[in-house]
Design a binder for this molecule. Sequence first.
Ligand code: NDP
Ligand code: KPL
Length: 309
Amino acid sequence: MNIVIYGAGGVGGYFGARLVEAGNNVTFIARGKHLEAIQKNGLQLKSIKGDYLVYPAKATSEISEVKNIDLILICVKTWQLAEVSEKIEPALNSNTMVISLLNGAENASILCGIIDKKHVLGGLCKVISKIEDYGVINHISYEPTIVFGELDNKKSKRALILEQLFLNAGIKTILAEDIQKEIWTKFLFISTISAIGALTRATLGEMIAIPQIKKMMFQTAKEIESIALAKGVYLPEDTIEKQFQIIASQPFDATSSLQRDVLDGKPSELEAQNGTIVRMGKELGIPTPVNSFIYYCLLPQEKKARNLN
Ligand SMILES: NC(=O)C1=CN([C@@H]2O[C@H](COP(=O)(O)OP(=O)(O)OC[C@H]3O[C@@H](n4cnc5c(N)ncnc54)[C@H](OP(=O)(O)O)[C@@H]3O)[C@@H](O)[C@H]2O)C=CC1
Ligand SMILES: CC(C)(CO)C(=O)C(=O)O
């Protein structure tokens, strides 16, 4: 299969390397020194599941150089998605499938606003990985998982082909029964831990050891659940309880990528997480006091990181 990985970072680098290793024709879209390193030396994946050095079919900054694309996995940050959607549009043929593996609740609808929705499947991923150096990806923990599905939840022929493609690459794969439920569950999980982590500057273990912070995380999750239900997304009653079980099972010193970006003074996905909850709450008339507190406390730092002051 002809696969484009748009964004060869922690997520794209990991899943892309697995797809190369499984014998697929993979192109990485990257840029700068990271691109130069991949072009020169291949992509080095250090992983708790085994290390690989892979040589993709191509690494380039220009998707226009790639023809007959079957699948595009978008693996950039949320604020880069709209721009990337514009860039992929001319490269699509009538059968190209496009999946975003980003965190966030609105990625599929952002994509559908820019490219024809027939190309778009919903998706998300679970993994803890990062760019360690130019051309080097480090998968630190978590069984890397892709969850995806048609936006109407049909088990289409193309969805079944993709399921097999990912499984053949040794990737834990879930073809979702209800993709919005999966996207919103991950969204609830990540938005409950990330920005509070940035605000408290504490690890997950440190946060849940303090009952008042755990309660604040619970209230954050409750507000997200209310928004999801108001939007018609089905979340089973035990969703929050299950997410807290997952949180409690994480290593004591676990942190999220948003939290690390904020602490490093870099732009973060704040707007796509708690900022989105605050906006949706206003649109739906649902109070979001805890998410608002967290969001507005972090906004000055976010603006500074983006030179918007
Ligand atoms: N890392 C993780 O463990 C997990 C991350 N996620 C989510 O996955 C998404 C991706 O995260 P992650 O992989 O960590 O991010 P990274 O920053 O590691 O990777 C994104 C890569 O995409 C590149 N990129 C962005 N725009 C372009 C462009 N126009 N052309 C070429 N390259 C481009 C970036 O380059 P540059 O730096 O130059 O912008 C960067 O190398 C996020 O939504 C994140 O929340 C989800 C689960 C786990
Ligand atoms: C918490 C984690 C690693 C789970 O996949 C994640 O999505 C992130 O840090 O952005």
